[in-house]
Design a protein around this ligand. Structure first.
Ligand code: AKG
Length: 276
């Protein structure tokens, strides 16, 4: 029986407390809290998606030319484009500030959050690649936190299908410290199929892995890790972008407002009250 025709009971008993989630973003946030992953729509039109897709390929070509294919290969970096928002006409900066994503992340991370990293990810056909192995996005960590510290919003540049190696996730693994056993993985791994233009939201402590791409074309994605402002960014965005023209909300999300003071004086000045 498929998911749509199941008759799911709607009544309950013995329940004193119930989670509230109204609308697709709140429902996705609830699913991330419980299972560690969900999908949401970005709201882009087909023509905006096509522009992003073209921009992705142009930026990649220029990136590989700038850094050199052999050098990138020697670092296992050929299938990544670091900090895409630093290139092109601002399309990837707008993607990092997508209002659906920021709303959903705001429902998940209590208080302020910043963008830690934005990376183009390419899953090449019939080859292994650096994201095709189980990992957390806060790697080497084996604790459990009661609320998310970081969320990955993985933008699907192409359709994610079983054939082209759509991302696998281990549901609820953000609630367990250790990496699960091989038997648990065999029984519980879920592959997340999604349409181009959707975001896959992952609690950064949920174990996930790209799948093997058996199709004839690369599967492209752009990951965005947002986290509480206490973690350092992968690349200091305030050192790469000129923040002068950015609106206050963008400056906050990109981390301009959370740079560590360089001295005690700098710290005290950063706290100076207006008019003193
Ligand atoms: O390529 C994928 O499907 C997974 C990407 C990934 O693991 C990541 O961005 O952390």
């Amino acid at each position: 029986m498929n998911q749509e025709t199941r008759e799911i009971p709607s009544s309950c008993y013995g329940v004193l407390e119930r989670a509230a989630a109204e609308g697709p973003l709140a429902e996705a946030a609830e699913q991330v809290r419980v299972l560690g992953y969900a999908t949401i729509d970005s709201g882009y039109t087909q023509s905006e998606l096509q522009d992003l897709s073209n921009a992705f390929d142009e930026i990649r070509e220029a990136y590989v030319a700038r850094h050199g294919q052999a050098f990138l290969e020697s670092l296992d970096e050929l299938n990544n484009i670091r900090l895409m928002l630093a290139y092109g006409d601002g399309a990837f900066l707008r993607l990092a500030l997508n209002e659906h994503v920021l709303k959903a992340v705001g429902m998940l991370i209590s208080g302020k959050f910043v963008l830690n990293q934005q990376n183009g990810v390419i899953n090449p056909p019939l080859e292994n690649y650096n994201q095709g192995a189980w990992h957390r996005d806060l790697p080497y960590q084996h604790f459990v936190s009661s609320t998310p510290l970081a969320i990955n919003a993985l933008f699907c540049m192409d359709d994610f299908t079983a054939d082209n190696g759509a991302t696998f996730v281990l549901p609820a693994s953000h609630r367990m410290g250790p990496f699960p056993s091989p038997g648990h993985i065999r029984k519980n791994a879920v592959q997340i199929e999604a349409r181009a233009g959707q975001f896959i939201l992952l609690d950064c402590m949920a174990f996930h892995s790209g799948g093997y791409n058996r199709s004839v074309r690369a599967r492209r994605a752009v990951n965005h890790v947002y986290n509480i402002p206490y973690f350092k960014q992968q690349i200091k965005i305030a050192g790469v972008l000129d923040g002068v023209l950015l609106p206050p909300h963008a400056r906050e999300i990109l981390g301009f407002d959370f740079q560590e003071p360089l001295s005690v004086n700098g710290y005290l000045e950063s706290r100076r009250k207006p008019g003193t």
